[in-house]
Design a binder for this molecule. Sequence first.
Ligand SMILES: Cc1cc2nc3c(=O)[nH]c(=O)nc-3n(C[C@H](O)[C@H](O)[C@H](O)COP(=O)(O)OP(=O)(O)OC[C@H]3O[C@@H](n4cnc5c(N)ncnc54)[C@H](O)[C@@H]3O)c2cc1C
Length: 511
Amino acid sequence: MTTVVWFKRDLRTRDHAPLAAAASLGEPVIPLYVIEEDYWQLPDTSGRQWGFIRASLEDLDRQLRKAGSGLLVMRGSMTGALKQLQASHGVTRLFCHQETGGQWTFDRDKAVVGWCAENQVEFREWSQFGVVRRLKNRNVWDKAWTELMRQPLLEAPGVIPKACGPQSGVGGYGSPAFVFPDNCPDRQTGGSARGEKLLASFLERRCVGYQYNISSPNTAPRACSRLSPHIAYGTVSLRDIYQQAKTTGNHRNTLPRKKKSLTSFRSRLHWHCHFIQKLEDEPALEFRAMHREMEALKTGPDDTERLQRWQEGQTGWPLVDASMRALKHSGWINFRMRAMLMAIASYQLWLHWRDPALHLARLFTDFEPGIHYSQTQMQSGLTGINALRIYNPVLQSQKLDPEGEFIRRWLPELAGVPGDMIHTPWLMTPTQKERYGGNTYASPVCDHEQAARLARKAVGDFRKQHVSQRETDRVLQRHGSRKGPVQKGPKAAGQRESRDDTGNSQLSLFE
Ligand SMILES: Cc1cc2nc3c(=O)[nH]c(=O)nc-3n(C[C@H](O)[C@H](O)[C@H](O)COP(=O)(O)OP(=O)(O)OC[C@H]3O[C@@H](n4cnc5c(N)ncnc54)[C@H](O)[C@@H]3O)c2cc1C
């Protein structure tokens, strides 16, 4: 009788229900991770994501060994791994967490469930996020989420009975050649120990002023929790983070400002699952617009030169380029800059949403399909239920990086340009360029104000001519967050997702 605990995006031992359940049976357990080579060929995966996972696997192995059984890492497909383990160990149960990923993981999971049924292996899944399988009614979702977050945490098992037979351990897999080289010198490091340390520093000190400092790219790297890759690969459980944030926020000695910050932080943990629920309910969002009729907004091939300049941080708009280059270097950028990058690609550059979405996915160490595809579509105006958010790259720059500190750090071409000129280097005279430099920096791809006006008109006209109330109602009913019952028909046109879905409620059109 052997139980396999299949680790996927849950690389921890604390608050891990499948592991706790397997250990409690008192029979041999194989903790298993499979490096799925086909997964790493997908266009939204990258070396930086793998790098984070690899460090997390090493940390997980250390934690498991303390309890008696190390991590077995295999390579190939999950069903292939199961076949081998069936032959060598006689597997009777497979325990794991639910995963809401893209189409590939969905198909893989179906194959695994099918294999278990054919081979009389008991298959059990637990939910680790507040994402509900086969959700019938979005109105009850909030309640289910809160109940899950309030459940008691599970301690890491003290003893994990070891299975006899071959176990390769973590050291055996080397550096997989199928993951493309990805230079990301400032990438965050994986592992539960790192995640817990980050959480502690955030709750003790860094969270003060969270709401005020998360928008500027200068203050955000320290003010934000930076827990996103740890949440995405499950090195710390979301419930653990939620409960610790709540306890700190409720403590009688906690100052009101810090309490407010932690309330705001907790609401983002809620959005995390709210967005993943969208992909869970409609897996096709990975490939096509949430509001299906909006998919026809852009036809014809994309302008490859524009796409390339955006990808390389060479649009000629300093804050946009600095954000892209900073993201390439570190694998992380704050919400506001992510939203701006996506919106600039979709509106001013008028690119189809999917290529920019895939490019950003590869650059994010914290890539989480449910959040990512919903957010990229939202920032591209494709949901039909959110206000259009067209960013003005100059106003954003003046507001969020007034002295040009962030821009100078990432754009060496503009290192000598003073603060009042750095947001619009194309307006510098030849003499000013001679004096301050900036000659080698790209000219803007286009006139951003005119491009924004054209984009807004094109989207507005398209909505008027091609978008039906029926489809808008469907999207709202299926995916909208709830502040009260969803209204159908003409009233729904004015009803949008609640503001907190955007994460930038201060922002107005054309800001
Ligand atoms: C175009 C675009 C793509 C994005 N893609 C991803 C992605 O692939 N993976 C990802 O984790 N986040 C994504 N986000 C959401 C958000 O930008 C990041 O979660 C956040 O910047 C991560 O930093 P942090 O952990 O310090 O965040 P904090 O502000 O400390 O928030 C804590 C946690 O709450 C969740 N969260 C925060 N903001 C949001 C949000 N707006 N929507 C949903 N969940 C949120 C995340 O899990 C985050 O780790 C995307 C946003 C945009 C605009």
